[in-house]
Design a protein around this ligand. Sequence first.
Ligand SMILES: Cc1cc2nc3c(=O)[nH]c(=O)nc-3n(C[C@H](O)[C@H](O)[C@H](O)COP(=O)(O)OP(=O)(O)OC[C@H]3O[C@@H](n4cnc5c(N)ncnc54)[C@H](O)[C@@H]3O)c2cc1C
Length: 378
Amino acid sequence: MTQSVVVLGGGIIGLSCAFEAARRGMKVTLVEPGGLGGQASGAAAGMLAPYSENPEQPDDFFKLCLYSLNRYPEWIEAVEELSGISAEWVRSGSINVFLHEADLLPVDSRIRWQNQWGAEAELLDAAQLRKLEPSLTHEAAAGLYTPGESHVYAPKLVTALIAACTRLGVTLLEQAGEIREVKVHADGGAAVKAAGLDRPVLGDRLVVCAGAWTGAYERWFGLSLPIHPIRGQICSFDHSQAEVRHMVFSSQAYWVGKKNGSLVCGASEDVAGFQTSVTERGIGRLLRSSEKLLPFLKGKEPLHRWAGLRPATRDGLPLLGQAEDTGTVIMAAGHYRNGILLSPATAAVVADLLEEKPADIRLDRFAPDRFTTAGLRR
Ligand SMILES: Cc1cc2nc3c(=O)[nH]c(=O)nc-3n(C[C@H](O)[C@H](O)[C@H](O)COP(=O)(O)OP(=O)(O)OC[C@H]3O[C@@H](n4cnc5c(N)ncnc54)[C@H](O)[C@@H]3O)c2cc1C
């Protein structure tokens, strides 16, 4: 069995993998070039919404999302207990709002298959919708209520994971600087050199969780890793005046009322390289959607505006599993819009692979070498 693990990347995915491996008894070192949780994971809205995020069909990705949601109660309890920090998990349920009758056409088949997978979803008419969520526009035609969806406060979950990892004895090498070299030995074992560390970090196995920066590992592993940053711009309002009880989704945006009295509204999707600035255009679109769906927000300026980089692969699915040709490397990256939701499932899959146990869930669609042509292989 694996004795020592080096996790590369200190976002939610790296911290979750480190936490799970450590609680299963492995010696874990995590290397983060910058600040822990300082990228996409600290920027996320924290929604745990497998049904709203997968309206089309119960494919392997939906099943991975649902598997992860089902792990959340035990996961949060373990992280909060060890860290003593609340991740502000709110079991709010969600409402997908439809402004026009025509938007309802695909909803019947969605309810049918999602209820077979535990959604307990219910279609609400305009009057029922207003009763459940009084702040919504009276122009809404109907809504789909899904009670099992929930949210956490992502920056708090990151803080709690850092504290829990520390309690478990994980070595957290933050501000380690650029990763300069990775050597993977054919007979097992790996060494990682970073600009800010005096000596290489050694381990039996490597777990790569570098989010939107994962493409940097192509040169060391001989794999094609097409992961690109998709910028998400997001903002928050003060919502102490009007309550928004559920997570609300429209075709243009979503709104999540946090325990700290802020109402988070996200998120744009654009391609801007590795820039995490916000633009008038990106935030302006969110403001217009907010006024339309939640009239009490008309004319309100957001309290905060920020952006993060979602790690997106070419087919939108994560790279999750053993990188076959390297033997010692496990990839856990490319979680795109769902990395907070997928963190417990990813951690469980990675820890099972480290323990050489079969994963509980099918991983074929997420194979890390699926983009690699024969010519590129070592
Ligand atoms: C605006 C926005 C809203 C979102 N809302 C939600 C949501 O509601 N629910 C949800 O589930 N998901 C959401 N997401 C998606 C979610 O944030 C991501 O899928 C998730 O944070 C990815 O986690 P990660 O650890 O892979 O990446 P990151 O958090 O980006 O972490 C990657 C880390 O790798 C480090 N790194 C950089 N270069 C290297 C290198 N060479 N080697 C090692 N490490 C390196 C970086 O410094 C960084 O700390 C949202 C994303 C955005 C941007």
